[in-house]
Write a protein that binds this ligand. Structure first.
Ligand SMILES: [Fe+2]
Length: 275
């Protein structure tokens, strides 16, 4: 018996990978378009904000000046007039010759399980932008739940197809496990961080509506000591916060969360990079 016979798992998909490596989508692609209105919030994304799923971290960027730090949120079926508000923080970071926009992070805590919430960012300014998410059921051993999985996404036309496939999948994944390598901005000279911004706008249509459980990959290290970038993961860490303290972790590069019937442990094998 040959090894090929022992290991043949059959054909599980009709997908055939192209032998060509795709180029990134050009900067004027529709998926990279900036939302209308001066300083409108962009690159909106959410992630789980606590250990059990009753908290959500909302993140967004305003390009020209600090925006409002407020997130308004209310449960589906309730009036927006009875919305609650949470206050976040704003930061910028520099990377070689790049300075980021104003990156806002806001934790919403104390949500109900298994509930749809609407949320708005850009509060007090025009234009505001509205999105929604659904909290998971209370964690337990037999709670049904569907995760989707994406890694190595990048921003090529194939990346766009991957997001389309994910969002139209009939299994309807409710939260995304992202297994590292987000934007691939590190392929550009000086790790051009404007490609982190395009990636944030491109992925908004997915990750503004369901949380991603982020982990970092080798393309997220962004360690360029010859250009003064001596601390790895700076673009990733400034843009994609995770609830590592809720797990008692000392680093956002390793942490755990519970969600429905899953206990998810995130480990980045590159966490010691440069040390
Ligand atoms: Fe990878």
């Amino acid at each position: 018996m040959s090894l090929a016979e022992i290991t043949n798992g059959g054909i599980t998909s009709s997908f055939l990978r192209s032998s060509e490596l795709a180029n990134d989508m050009p900067l004027d692609s529709d998926v990279f378009s900036v939302p209308p209105g001066y300083n409108a919030p962009q690159q909106v994304h959410i992630t789980q904000g606590d250990m059990e799923g009753k908290g959500v971290i909302v993140s967004w960027t305003t390009p020209h000046e600090p925006g409002s730090n407020t997130v308004l949120y209310w449960a589906d079926g309730k009036s927006k007039r009875k919305s609650r508000r949470a206050e976040g923080t704003v930061l910028r970071y520099k990377y070689i010759n790049y300075t980021s926009g104003y990156i806002h992070h806001c934790i919403i805590a104390g949500l109900e399980f298994d509930t749809k919430y609407y949320y708005e960012v850009g509060i007090g300014r025009i234009p505001t932008r509205r999105f929604w998410f659904i909290t998971p059921p209370k964690p337990g051993p037999d709670v049904p739940y569907t995760f989707g999985l994406i890694g190595d996404l990048g921003q090529t036309p194939d990346s766009n197809t991957t997001v389309d496939h994910y969002m139209s999948n009939p299994r309807n994944p409710k939260a995304m496990l992202f297994v590292g390598d987000l934007s691939y901005a590190d392929a550009y000279p000086l790790g051009d961080n404007t490609r982190w911004d395009t990636w944030g706008r491109f992925t908004e249509r997915l990750v503004a509506y369901q949380p991603a459980i982020w982990s970092a990959g080798n393309h997220d290290i962004d360690f360029l000591p010859q250009y003064g970038e001596t601390v790895p993961f700076q673009p990733y860490l400034h843009r994609y916060p995770v609830p590592y303290q809720a797990a008692g972790s000392t680093s956002p590069l390793w942490y755990s969360v519970k969600r429905a019937s899953a206990y998810i442990i995130v480990l980045s094998s590159y966490s010691a990079y440069g040390n």
